[in-house]
Design a protein around this ligand. Structure first.
Ligand code: KG4
Ligand code: ZN
Length: 333
């Protein structure tokens, strides 16, 4: 079974081919960050125009990479949501039209569920049930994963996602969008202990998060500085990362204690953070699993793989409907 996966929920145009028995046979991500960096964030209209421009070419390249003819595809999976509606619609339209032309099934999948389930391609892989910390630019959630499609929300952010907080703080420190990785790099040069930011929501029980106050603390700290040299910026970046990482870990510790589950999966762009990875490993009693780095950020392989799991269960699109969901909760799948 050869499945083409199409991801176009935000600014990356990504395509992959997953093959039963052979794994990922093609994997291409086209990123146009420089288009958006000048605006300090993703411009939805520009992202959608670029998907139109590059998606078909990328599909051709993926088929080439896999050494397959399009007639050898058995199904097409695409991201149906959540995401930017204009961008999603490009992927949905191409996937459904191609599926119709080739007379093969198509299936729309949930972007976050794809981020989550791709961990099953890692070696070793977790076994059900496991905890999942889903941390991206748009989401921060702790889930109990009992099986495919069986998720229990343990806690989520009440305001900014942690990736969003990294990006907003990075911007305050004069770093380009998306600033998460650049902020982490700057923090490496920072000194521990010069600044201390409070850990949000730790005085309350439960597993909810809140990150917008952290960004405000940084803003206040910046205002208080008479001189903002490179070392001070690095020290502030250090304090921000320290507080964000500590908060995430404390909530994970609580989730482990509350559920008794001793496996934790970490997915989403922020899971690339090295400090978070190192501290999780050091501090948690649970076994921690991540997808490989190229499968952590937005990609088509996660879409193809989740499509494969669901198509195997007999799911597929019906009729001629072209539907994308800008907002879509993982529990409403
Ligand atoms: O999952 P993702 O690629 O895209 C979605 O949001 O769906 O996550 C992107 C987020 C951005 O906020 C980015 O700044 C953040 O992940 N990020 C990081 C790091 N690398 C990417 N945040 C902290 N440390 C990093 N090393
Ligand atoms: Zn994503």
């Amino acid at each position: 079974m050869q499945i083409l996966g199409i991801e176009s929920s935000c600014d990356e145009t990504a395509v992959a081919i997953y093959s039963e028995g052979q794994g990922i046979r093609a994997h291409l991500v086209f990123n146009k960050l420089e288009v958006h960096a000048a605006f300090g964030g993703v411009v939805p209209e520009l992202a959608a125009r670029d998907h139109i421009r590059y998606l078909i070419t990328l599909i051709d390249k993926a088929l080439n990479q896999a050494g397959l003819n399009k007639n050898e595809l058995d199904a097409i999976a695409y991201t149906k949501g959540p995401g930017l509606i204009g961008s999603l619609l490009v992927g949905v339209s191409v996937a459904r039209s191609l599926g119709f032309a080739l007379n093969i099934p198509t299936l729309g999948v949930h972007h976050l569920e794809a981020h989550l389930m791709v961990v099953m391609l890692s070696d070793p892989q977790p076994t059900y049930p496991f905890l999942a910390l889903l941390i991206s630019g748009g989401h921060t959630m702790l889930l109990e994963v009992r099986a495919l499609s069986d998720y229990r929300l343990l806690g989520e952010t009440l305001d900014d996602a942690v990736g969003e907080a990294f990006d907003k703080t990075a911007r305050l420190l004069g770093l380009d969008y998306p600033g998460g990785a650049a902020l982490a790099a700057l923090a490496e040069k920072g000194q521990a202990g010069r600044f201390h930011l409070t850990r949000p929501m730790l005085n309350k029980p439960g597993l909810e998060f809140s990150f917008s106050g952290l960004k405000t603390q940084v803003m206040n700290l910046l205002r208080q500085q008479s001189e903002l040299n490179e070392q001070t910026r690095a020290d502030i970046a250090y304090a921000f990362q320290d507080s964000a990482v500590d908060t995430l870990i404390i909530k994970c510790e609580r989730a482990i204690k509350q559920t008794g589950i001793q496996q934790l999966v970490m997915v989403g762009g922020v899971s690339a953070n090295q400090r978070l990875r190192a501290e999780l490993k050091q501090r948690l009693t649970a076994e921690v699993y991540y997808p490989s780095p190229d499968l952590c950020t937005d990609n088509g392989a996660m879409v193809a793989y989740l499509g494969y799991l669901r198509l195997k269960e007999g799911q597929q699109d019906s009729g001629l409907e072209i539907q994308a969901k800008a907002r879509w909760k993982i529990f409403d799948i």
